[in-house]
Ligand binder design. Structure first.
Ligand SMILES: Nc1ncnc2c1ncn2[C@@H]1O[C@H](COP(=O)(O)OP(=O)(O)OP(=O)(O)O)[C@@H](O)[C@H]1O
Ligand SMILES: O=c1[nH]c(=O)c2[nH+]cn([C@@H]3O[C@H](COP(=O)(O)O)[C@@H](O)[C@H]3O)c2[nH]1
Ligand SMILES: NC(=O)CC[C@H](N)C(=O)O
Ligand SMILES: [Mg+2]
Length: 511
């Protein structure tokens, strides 16, 4: 495996994606990981990520220096390179000018089977730094330069230490993937072994040894992640698993009935249905702040799981379909180097003290990997290709207070949108498509009468992993027919707008 040390770069997950695309398993860990924990992972190579800090500042993040004594190849990217240089006796200074964007890279040495083998002598790279290397540690030499940056890449071929001032993980560095490939295979000697079949084998074993003869409850939403987690756990521990579907009152039209029917038909596992509408709505009464709503929903979910667990004997574990991006994005909530954007109900929204221990077999996977895993486990295409639906559901799509009346309005509008999207064959082409109910009213005219009613917004985005997203260029005719149907069929909505923001700077959900 490859260990990635997270110095807070916004591109960390991209590094992980690239490595896994090359069929090598990797894991991202924070800089305070202990040296013994690093050794226990038995990495074949270590990648030090970029990050917003400057190495000469007090309290800039550092990982145990012992990594340089392990005899393992190390690749430093941007801040990671600067950290390596600083640790090993070189010098990093603030550069006279910041460099952000494309730069022409001139490769000086690519004849030693290192990072640049088979890379063109002149190629482009993506820079994003304000610091620069002034003095190299002994044993290092410069292997590439740009017009602005004398030290664009370095290596110490004896110790197999490599450093890039630019970002090989972004698509704007066209030969970046080749450079990473060179690091993984010739340099680190990795094998291509990251396949879903091997993942299933290892997870089943791990789940069995964690759970022993105890019981597990799993939050089953009918979404891709929890359905795949349920299949995996069921394969590992069979009847020791009970899945709990919670009707939190924030679901879409007919969702509870549909999900239950589907699972009863296709899966022979224990499923419980927890009716908790009133509990969620009461807890949300009068609450308008998005983060408060999220925390409340997270807490009530756990209360419901706890009370279901009490009805079954010997339950020690709660299983969830938490994915890698949820974990990494929420890490900051626990003191990591990046900023808190929003608390996902199943991670940052969890209460601090919990009775049940978490089992999260998918917490190192990305969404597209979970879909592949679902296929491996025999889940139908319809389930695998469902658009994601957040656990807080319509609760974060009603801006402002959540009430039964507003839920009813949104449910109708959302059902119409989905019907139209599916009929136009756009469902699978979109990462998500949904309606948001705004806390605003506007004036309209219907049948010669004045109306003063709610505004709904349509949100439809394309994305690969929800980390970035673009608004979907839906045909005007389709948008027109959705709007037309919503306004005609949903009493209480008289205006529909289309959200044309991308992520970043906006996010996919409005709250
Ligand atoms: N209505 C629900 N009942 C029980 N558990 C739920 C419910 N909604 C969400 N969860 C739990 O919260 C986790 C996170 O929700 P999330 O929406 O990210 O995943 P998902 O619903 O499984 O998949 P998808 O992202 O495709 O919607 C789920 O994996 C599940 O364990
Ligand atoms: O299970 C979930 N619990 C949550 O609390 C939550 N918040 C956002 N999402 C989903 O995450 C993806 C990224 O959303 P944002 O761009 O709005 O952050 C999108 O796919 C969102 O639908 C959630 N899923
Ligand atoms: N992208 C980065 O890793 C930046 C590293 C450091 N903060 C610099 O400005 O050079
Ligand atoms: Mg979901």
């Amino acid at each position: 495996m490859i260990l990635i040390i997270d110095f807070g770069s916004q591109y960390n997950q991209l590094i992980a994606r690239r490595v896994r695309e090359l069929e090598v398993y990797c894991q991202i860990e924070p800089p305070d990981i202990a040296l013994d924990a690093i050794k226990a992972l038995k990495p074949e190579g270590i990648i030090l990520s970029g990050g917003p800090a400057s190495i000469y500042e007090p309290n800039s993040p550092r990982v145990d220096k012992g990594i340089f004594e392990l005899g393992i190849p190390i690749l430093g990217i941007c801040y990671g390179l600067q950290y390596m240089v600083d640790c090993l006796g070189g010098k990093v200074i603030r550069s006279a000018k910041r460099e952000y964007g494309f730069a022409e890279l001139h490769v000086i040495r690519r004849d030693r089977g290192g990072i640049f083998s088979e890379v063109a002598e002149d190629t482009r790279c993506w820079m994003s730094h304000g610091d620069t290397i002034d003095q190299l540690p002994s044993g290092f030499e410069i292997t590439a330069e740009t017009a602005n940056t004398r030290v664009a890449a370095v290596e110490d071929p004896k110790r197999r230490f490599y450093g890039l001032q630019f970002h090989p993980e972004v698509v704007h560095t066209p030969e970046g993937k080749k450079m990473l490939e060179n690091f993984l295979f010739p340099v680190c000697g990795c094998q291509k072994s990251w396949t879903m079949a091997s993942f299933v084998r290892n997870s089943v074993e791990e789940i069995r040894s964690t759970v022993g003869d105890r019981r597990v409850v799993l939050g089953l939403s009918g979404g891709v992640d929890s359905s795949v987690a349920a299949m995996l756990l069921h394969q590992a521990i069979g009847n020791q698993l009970t899945s709990v579907f919670v009707d939190n009152g924030l679901l879409r039209q007919d969702e509870a009935e549909k999900v239950l029917a589907l699972f009863k038909r296709h899966f022979h596992m224990n499923i419980r249905f927890a009716r908790a509408r009133a509990q969620f709505l009461a807890a949300l009464k009068g609450v308008e702040d998005p983060e408060r709503k999220r925390k409340i929903i997270g807490r009530v979910f756990i209360e419901v799981f706890d009370s279901e667990a009490r009805k079954i004997k010997n339950v020690d574990f709660l299983a969830q379909g938490t994915l890698y991006p949820d974990v990494i994005e929420s890490r900051s909530a626990f003191g990591g180097p990046s900023a808190v954007i929003k608390s996902h109900h199943n991670v940052g929204g969890l209460p601090r003290r919990m009775k049940l221990k978490l089992v999260e077999p998918l917490k190192h996977l990305f969404k597209d990997e979970v879909r592949l895993l679902g296929k491996e486990l025999g889940l139908s295409d319809d389930m695998i290709w469902r658009q994601p639906f957040p656990g807080p559901g319509l609760g974060i799509r009603i801006i402002g207070e959540v009430t039964a009346k507003r839920l009813a309005l949104l449910r109708k509008a959302d059902a119409i949108l989905l019907e139209e999207i599916k009929a136009a064959d756009y469902y699978r082409r979109l990462w998500q498509s949904f309606v948001v109910l705004l806390p605003l009213k506007s004036v309209g005219i219907m049948g010669d009468q004045r109306t003063y009613e709610n505004i709904a917004a349509i949100r439809a985005v394309t994305s690969d992993d929800a980390m970035t997203a673009d608004w979907a260029r839906l045909p005007h005719e389709l948008l027109g027919s959705i709007a037309n149907r919503i306004i005609n069929e949903v009493r209480g909505i008289n205006r529909v707008v289309y959200d044309i923001s991308s992520k970043p700077p906006s996010t996919i959900e409005w709250e």
